[in-house]
Ligand binder design. Structure first.
Ligand SMILES: Cc1cc2nc3c(=O)[nH]c(=O)nc-3n(C[C@H](O)[C@H](O)[C@H](O)COP(=O)(O)O)c2cc1C
Length: 362
């Protein structure tokens, strides 16, 4: 049984392989009448696009999105959604499949090569085929559509840890995130991080990272107990991103070390009797339902598996061998995972807005 679809009422299905003709997605459940702006979708894709700096893979893909279906020009001359499935396509133009000849039979450690073979008995080894994070471009395009369903909510992501180096949270400045190639919110961390990553890159090595995604303006009441919890859906969304090994909501793993007093997000009465929370350890979700506080999610990304140091492995026949992964790779995939995490959070929120509307009416 295959699973290429995510979401319930706002549902995305992605397709395509790293070195196939194209990748894309079908976005189903988009309400009609929403202005669909290809440029706006493109702006998000450009953030994730490879070859943007020396810190991301040098694969040159323009990542231009084509809208194939589900839109029509209305009487006012605006291209809008019709309610039909929206199909988005991004052509693959810079495949270099010869780079991958050596891995046709040998399994790259840390990649999905062995597991795809174990499951399917056949594997598109060119760039990892379907297991390649090239697929995440389709998620970013779908995320741009999802944002149209959550006006008033802002979904932003940032890199908060690069390898062992954490940001100083007291210096957090959202305005900095798009001003540096690492999506780092701490201006004081950018230079040392770049020096660290240059060392990693020149050594042909790689490092991991932690990405934080925050949604502001989320109204109280989105989400569903018990099996449709907002936090469960968020965890599933983030964990589905390539290379993600851990997901936290709010204080996450750190709550284990807190006392009940410390962890309590105490409440006072604000304007019109609406709650004002004095802290947000819960990350904006209580009982699987949004509290109206910022929704905070973090995920850890493992170091890029493709490195220039030979690693021990086996081939299809079980023979032992060493492997060096050729091809062009990100020294830290966490950087390009930032817009992907943002897209996944927007997709979860869009789905829950429609699900809430379905049950509660507004
Ligand atoms: C945006 C992005 C880009 C990635 N690029 C690479 C890459 O260049 N080289 C690599 O070894 N892994 C890369 N990965 C991670 C692999 O796709 C992933 O580790 C692999 O498919 C195995 O899946 P898993 O780590 O989720 O278990 C990337 C991940 C993301 C999110």
């Amino acid at each position: 049984m295959s699973h290429n679809t995510f979401g319930h009422l706002f549902r995305i299905t992605t397709w395509g392989e790293s070195h196939g003709a194209a990748i894309g997605c079908v976005v189903d459940g988009c309400p009609p009448g929403l202005a669909i702006d290809a440029q706006a979708i493109q702006a998000f894709l450009d953030k994730r696009k490879p070859g943007q700096s020396r810190f991301t893979t040098q694969r040159r893909e323009p990542d231009e999105v084509e809208i194939l279906s589900g839109v029509f020009t209305n009487d006012a001359g605006v291209l809008v959604s019709t309610g039909a499935p929206i199909s988005l396509m991004i052509r693959n133009l810079d495949q270099r499949s010869k780079d991958y000849g050596a891995i046709a039979s040998a399994y790259r450690p840390g990649h999905a090569d062995y597991t795809y073979d174990a499951k399917y008995g056949i594997r598109d080894y060119r760039g990892g085929g379907r297991s390649s994070a090239r697929e995440t471009a389709a998620r970013v395009a779908a995320g741009a559509i999802a944002r149209l369903i959550i006006p008033g909510m802002t979904v932003r992501g940032a890199l908060v840890q690069l390898g062992p180096h954490k940001i100083d949270r007291s210096r957090w400045d959202w305005a900095q995130v798009n001003e540096n190639p690492l999506f780092c919110p701490d201006p004081g961390a950018v230079e040392p991080w770049m020096a660290y990553l240059d060392g990693i890159r020149k050594a042909g090595s790689s490092c991991g990272a932690v990405v934080e995604v925050v949604a502001d303006g989320v109204p109280a009441g989105l989400g569903a107990p018990l099996y449709g919890k907002l936090d469960a859906d968020l965890a599933s969304a983030m964990m589905s991103i390539n290379a993600v090994k851990a997901v936290e909501i709010g204080d996450g793993m750190a709550v284990a070390a807190l006392t009940g007093e410390e962890n309590a997000d105490e409440m006072r009465s604000g304007p019109e009797g609406k709650p004002v929370f004095l802290a947000n350890h819960a990350g904006g979700i209580l009982g699987g339902i949004s509290s109206g506080q910022p929704m905070v999610c973090r995920f850890a990304v493992k170091p890029t598996s493709s490195i220039l140091t030979p690693r021990r492995t086996i081939d299809k026949t079980g023979a032992e061998t060493d492997i060096v992964t050729k091809g062009r790779h990100d020294p830290c995939v966490g950087i390009r995972a930032v817009p992907v995490g943002e897209a996944m959070m927007a997709i979860v929120l869009a789905d829950h807005v429609l699900r809430h509307r379905g049950q509660c009416g507004s």
